[in-house]
Design a binder for this molecule. Sequence first.
Ligand SMILES: Cc1cc2nc3c(=O)[nH]c(=O)nc-3n(C[C@H](O)[C@H](O)[C@H](O)COP(=O)(O)OP(=O)(O)OC[C@H]3O[C@@H](n4cnc5c(N)ncnc54)[C@H](O)[C@@H]3O)c2cc1C
Length: 430
Amino acid sequence: MKIAILGAGFGGMAAAYDLARASHEVTLYEAADFVGGLASGFKEPGWDWSVEKFYHHWFASDRHMLGLIEELGLQEEVLFPRPYTVLLHKDRWYPFDSIPRALAFPGLGWGVNKVRFGLVGLYLRLTNNWRALEKVTADAWMRRWAGPKVYQKMWEPLLIGKFGPYYKDVNMAWMWARLKARTTRLGTYQGGFQAFADQFAEILRGMGVTILLQTPVTRLERDPERGAIHLETAAGPATCDRALVTLSPEVTARLVPSLPDDYLRGLRNLKSMGAVVMILSLKHQLSEQGYYWFNLPKDAGYPCLALVEHTNYVSPEHFGGDHIVYMGDYLDPGHEYFRLGQEELLEKFQPVLKRFNPLFEPGWVKKTWLFRTNYAQPVPLLNHSQNIPPIQTPVEGLYFASMSQVYPWDRGTNFAVEIGRRAARLMLEH
Ligand SMILES: Cc1cc2nc3c(=O)[nH]c(=O)nc-3n(C[C@H](O)[C@H](O)[C@H](O)COP(=O)(O)OP(=O)(O)OC[C@H]3O[C@@H](n4cnc5c(N)ncnc54)[C@H](O)[C@@H]3O)c2cc1C
């Protein structure tokens, strides 16, 4: 079969791998001039490693991604350092990424709240019944079982940060999956995620996959007479027997207007958040305690959800001695951060850097980069499992696999690989 895959992110590339192994003729159409999609990175002169445009790491539980890397024979390139995630309490940061650290955290006191926090954490780790949890919002479940104090201190800021206006509507299965999958050690790849994406693309090319960069697909339609799928692309028209779309539901609905109304409505009803991330390269280390991930409570006056000092996770030696800091947030695409220029955003973000290191001065900033995406984080509402569009669409030969169908797990490159390979399996079976 001649197969077209739209999008050379990890979902599209994983599908291409399995389809090419089954001896099909695969073409990957990619709008950007690089592979890797949302997990791609960039490299400055003098850097040995690339930096992901949006902070990225793997969990030790990411078996689909780690399994694929092993199949490709690249497992020696994966590293699992032990960085520190911290939480604020009364103007001090406390490590909070393991059970002993959580028990030592003073923000919950020493009485009943800590016990409730521990019991809720234990229950969520042990249960597998996420279907019961998707019927209730995380807000209602956590208030009831963890109690208002634990919820307000621990979980409400996370939900507000990730889901903004939808935070009270997100279902509890999302929270369950998030707590279940997390590990203390976080993984990355020698050279950064872009190095892996490039090596994977080279392997695919070696298997005969054609990767067309800077070639967005603008329309996709089935030609019932010829029994083929017709694509309009920046490189001209093309046909194939089967197509897999790995783009956002919104873009997919635009590309394939001939999808039946029901399916289109399903795509359009899916909600998601965008993301805005500024990267700063600094002359000096910001967190001298060596903390990697700061969860920032907005009610304490922080202008974004997270500050991530990448070079407290991987060494600044890989970046010519530069210290790399991300400041990021998940936001509705209507938020002003999507309109402001880079300088204006820097003016909002920079003043808080002194709160992480009183010695910080604007002169420390060597360079900044700004990355934004409208499609960063799907929002799973109540009973989301019933609203997920099937991978096999009603248009014969057309398949759709996106972050919005990853569930109950939180989206990530691990699940992009899983859903990409699941889509390939379906395409081979039918
Ligand atoms: C802020 C942020 C932080 C994240 N952190 C992590 C993390 O720590 N760990 C982790 O594993 N995951 C993380 N993720 C999620 C991860 O990046 C995604 O789940 C994963 O990359 C999705 O892969 P995909 O192939 O489904 O989609 P994408 O990566 O979005 O790939 C889709 C591709 O389609 C291309 N495209 C778009 N339109 C067209 C068109 N018309 N024609 C052809 N091509 C087109 C795009 O350029 C893109 O390359 C994060 C994401 C964000 C935004």
